[in-house]
Design a protein around this ligand. Structure first.
Ligand SMILES: [Zn+2]
Length: 303
């Protein structure tokens, strides 16, 4: 039996979709797993719209997502929050990091970083720290945070023990982008802290963001939530569903809901044996066991 060090009656979970399109099967899985785990533990389940990246936001898709969740039978606690309405809190966190002396301005373009990596035969996709000691003053600079070379470890309720050395896995990473928008990593960490989230159940595509988020939590003196990363649903040609342009809006019917529960490894049920969505949620709450959720991605052929 896996344990968390938090009292279950304090459980505060969340689902944080990006309003970049309709709710697809991959996000239904994250919603279902986070919701059911919260309710199984007598916790609260909050809904947040992750719209920090305004360039990717599709107008009205937040409303479509909320509507789809409602039709599926999800019930959220507290009012829905939007990242775009929390900018001042991200700014305060940014200033806190700046005061700690760990952040610095970086004026490198993607092309420049790539050129340095190639010239020096450095590992790909890791910022080589070019601007770390440069005291750059430029309008179009990004802000990075200096990382450490000590491992950051965490016990994921589904993936087990995980560990990352940020200096080898990401390098100093961006907290404020060149266009002066706050990075996803910073905003998520501030949001989870402000909402006092104790459990983050989400897709495994975010597993390699987790160490960076824990590092930011440490620098900001925030507690770290318990993490659980569910496997990704991929199509028959191994593409992540959310990345597919044809990732279809889900149908809120019993067949789709039971398919999702089955994907999450829960004791299967035939959807013909259920009379209503309320029946489905009662069944899932009864059988839910996070230890049954598989680690690995599974292929999903959707009809
Ligand atoms: Zn730089």
């Amino acid at each position: 039996m896996k344990k968390t060090n938090l009292k279950t009656n304090n459980y505060r979970g969340r689902f944080a979709p990006s309003p970049t399109g309709e709710l697809h099967f991959g996000s239904l899985l994250a919603a279902m797993a986070s919701y059911t785990d919260a309710k199984k533990n007598n916790g609260l389940w909050l809904l947040r719209i992750d719209d920090i990246d305004q360039a990717r936001v599709i107008d009205q898709s937040d409303l479509h997502i909320l509507n789809t969740l409602e039709q599926c039978g999800f019930e959220w606690d507290e009012s829905v929050t939007y990242q775009s309405q929390c900018l001042k809190h991200y700014q305060l966190a940014l200033e806190q990091l700046e005061h700690s002396g760990l952040s610095y301005a970086c004026s490198c373009s993607r092309k420049q970083i790539q050129a340095i990596i190639e010239k020096n035969h450095l590992p790909p996709s890791i910022y080589p720290g070019t601007c770390r000691n440069q005291s750059i003053i430029a309008d179009n600079s990004a802000t990075r945070i200096q990382v450490a070379d000590t491992p950051i470890g965490f016990n994921d309720l589904i993936q087990g023990d995980c560990s990352s050395i940020l200096s080898e896995d990401s390098g100093d990473f961006i907290i404020l982008r060149r266009d002066k928008t706050f990075s996803y990593q910073l905003s998520v960490v501030v949001d989870d802290f402000r909402s006092q989230i104790t459990h983050v159940v989400r897709g495994a595509d975010l597993l390699n963001s987790t160490a960076r988020q824990i590092y930011l939590q440490q620098q900001l003196a925030y507690p770290s939530p318990q993490y659980a990363h569910i496997p990704l649903a991929v199509s028959s040609d191994n593409l992540k569903l959310s990345k597919l342009s044809q990732a279809k809006k889900i149908r809120c019917d019993l067949k789709t809901l039971t398919l999702a529960a089955d994907f999450l490894g829960q004791r299967p049920i035939n959807h013909h044996d259920l009379e209503s969505k309320a029946d489905f949620w009662q069944y899932l709450l009864n059988v839910w066991d996070i230890n049954r959720v598989p680690k690995m991605e599974k292929q999903m052929v959707l009809v």
